[in-house]
Every structure is written in structure tokens, then in C-alpha cells.
Design a protein around this ligand. Structure first.
Ligand code: TXA
Ligand code: MG
Length: 308
């Protein structure tokens, strides 16, 4: 399928999966409640979990928000858009309730991917799109991952995603804070807004509703290690597939090397979490919680069966 065909389907109220620089999204016209409901039905997404709206311009942003108040929002957009940063704004009345799951706010981002931008431009519409995985599965970083979770849904193939983890979600009312860690790091954000922090997580009523749902569950039990020696010992005695950075990969029987750097590890992680091996456990060697490592560890800790 090409961008022209995909844009036609979207304009007719259909759902199309498309690539972004973070992960693949399952998109629909954000201004069409019926189209957005199809996304929830396909994903099995809880009705209280709002979608991110994707725009290609600040002109389109103005159609989905009621105001772009504040210096902080302008500075973040100037620095990180297009890019993997989602900002929470007051919603426009024109936006159907289903997109924001009844909230008075809407999450918006401008993706930094040529295919995504071209698709939005050709469609001429803001696209509501959650990650294109069944609820509770790792987010898809290739078109093939989408096809496994949603056989029959049209997918625009833009190759593997460059970031491999989702966008960072920030709220700017009151103290600027990160609601969901993602591809833009806390350190990056502090370069623009020195006072920004990470929102406290209330497990029962998080500010970002998606954070209370079970996330990124791999198909096999997942054990997260911080110590390579303990991992080696465990791997000698148990049936495991090890996921770790290249420098630690030697000496394991079954290992998926995730790259040299934390950025490469982020890019390769979700694909590796889809590994299936009858009866085995997936063991991941963690990384320090700094830069993109903080996002990697956030995802691993949410997905873990056990943390050692
Ligand atoms: O990188 C990404 O963000 C990908 C690509 C496709 O753009 N999308 C994505 O969407 O990860 P999703 O639906 O899997 O995650 C959206 C997150 C959820 O945690 C949701 O609760 C939060 O954003 N969110 C959406 N609207 C919100 C709002 N109005 N207030 C607070 N959190 C919101
Ligand atoms: Mg998701």
C-alpha cells in the first residue's frame, strides 16, 4: 500500500497502521468518532485510555486544542517538534470525546518520520493513533509486528523505527512534568526547561491513564537482572534466552545482542521481547537509569515477572 491509498482509506473513516520514528501507530481520523472507535475495538483498548493525536503543523495543532498557552509549550515545540515529544493541551470542542477518553485535555505530537508527515499532509486531517499493538503486547517497531497483531489491517511499511520506544509525554499545567518516559530523555528536556521533573505515579489513578494498564507483557516470563555475574549463574542452571548489550553477549548459549549503546538497545528491545521459545524464560540485563536508559528500565520494570 502507498501513502496515497492510505490517505484515501483514512479519509473514508478506515483504520491504517503507519510508521513513526518511535513505534508504529494504528491511525484514524481524529475528528471522526466512529473511525476512532474502530481503533479501540481492534486493540481491545480500555475506553478510559486516551489516544495521542498526530499533526503535521502548528496550524493543524490549533484545530485540536483550545489554546497553545505558555512559553514552556512554545519552547518545547520549537526544540523537539517534529519529534518524539507528546504535549498535553486543553482540548478543542471539535474533538470527539472518544479520542480523549472523556478528559478535558488532549495529547498531541508531530512525528519526525517522512512517511507519517506525508500521510498526515495528504490526508489533511489530524490522526488519532495509539501504538499498533494489541493491548498489553510490546509496541511494534516493524510492519511485520503490526501484521502479527492485526492480520488484515492495512499497514504502510516505512521500515524499522529509528527510536524503538514511544514518545515522552509531558504536562505543562502547574509544574512541568513527565507523565510517561520515552525517547526524549529527562536530560534533553532539562536543557530547555530546567525545572521539569517526573510526575509521581499513583498506581490507581495516574495522570496518564495508560500507565495503570498492564504493559509490554512479553510472551514468556521476563526476569530483569542488574548484575552480569548473577545472570551468568542463572543462565547456566535454567532454560533461558538472554537479552543484553553486545559487550556482555559472549558465553551464553541463547542470546540476542541488542547493540553497542543504550540507544541501539532501545531500538532493538521490543522486537526482542517478542521472542517466543517453548518453556524458556527471557532474561534481560538492565542498564543504568540515566538518559534513554531510564526509559528502557521503566519499560522493563513494567513488563517484568521478576526483578533480580
Ligand atoms: O510514540 C508514541 O507516542 C506512539 C506513536 C504511535 O506516536 N503512540 C503511543 O500511543 O505510544 P499509546 O496510546 O500507546 O500511548 C499514549 C499514552 C498513554 O499512556 C495515554 O494514557 C497517554 O499517552 N495520554 C493520552 N492522552 C492523554 C491525556 N489527555 N492526558 C494524559 N495522558 C494522556
Ligand atoms: Mg501503547
Amino acid at each position: 500500500m502507498d501513502v496515497h491509498e492510505a490517505a484515501g482509506l483514512l479519509r473514508r473513516g478506515e483504520v491504517v497502521a503507519f510508521p513513526t520514528e518511535t513505534v508504529y501507530g494504528l491511525g484514524a481520523n481524529a475528528l471522526d468518532a466512529g473511525a476512532v472507535r474502530k481503533i479501540y475495538a481492534l486493540k481491545g483498548r480500555p475506553a478510559d485510555n486516551p489516544c495521542i493525536v498526530h499533526v503535521d503543523s502548528t496550524g493543524m495543532l490549533k484545530a485540536v486544542v483550545s489554546s497553545v498557552r505558555g512559553e514552556a509549550a512554545r519552547r518545547l515545540m520549537g526544540r523537539f517538534w517534529p519529534g518524539p515529544l507528546t504535549i498535553i493541551f486543553p482540548r478543542s470542542e471539535a474533538l470527539p470525546r472518544v479520542v480523549t477518553a472523556g478528559l478535558e485535555t488532549v495529547a498531541v505530537r508531530m512525528p519526525n518520520h517522512p512517511v507519517a508527515l506525508e500521510l498526515i499532509r495528504r490526508t489533511g486531517l489530524p490522526l488519532a493513533a495509539p501504538s499498533a499493538n494489541l493491548s498489553g503486547r510490546p509496541s511494534p517497531t516493524t510492519a511485520a509486528h503490526v501484521e502479527i497483531d492485526f492480520p488484515g489491517v492495512p499497514v504502510l511499511d516505512g521500515g524499522p523505527c529509528g527510536e524503538g520506544v514511544e514518545s515522552t509525554v509531558v504536562a505543562l499545567d502547574g509544574r512541568p512534568r513527565i507523565l510517561r518516559l520515552g525517547a526524549v530523555t529527562l536530560e534533553h528536556l532539562r536543557g530547555v526547561l530546567p525545572g521539569i521533573g517526573i510526575a509521581e505515579q499513583h498506581p490507581d489513578r495516574p495522570e496518564s491513564p495508560g500507565m495503570k494498564h498492564q504493559h509490554y507483557a512479553p510472551s514468556r516470563p521476563l526476569v530483569v537482572f542488574s548484575d552480569i555475574e548473577r545472570l551468568r549463574e542463572y543462565a547456566r542452571e535454567n532454560d533461558v534466552v538472554v537479552l543484553c548489550k553486545d559487550e556482555f553477549a559472549a558465553g551464553f548459549d541463547h542470546v540476542i545482542a541488542l547493540g553497542m549503546t543504550d540507544e541501539e538497545m532501545a531500538r532493538n528491545l521490543y522486537g526482542a521481547l517478542r521472542t517466543d521459545c517453548a518453556g524458556c524464560e527471557i532474561c534481560v540485563l538492565g542498564v543504568p537509569k540515566e538518559g534513554i536508559g531510564r526509559t528502557i528500565m521503566d519499560r522493563l520494570e513494567r513488563a517484568a515477572t521478576r526483578i533480580v
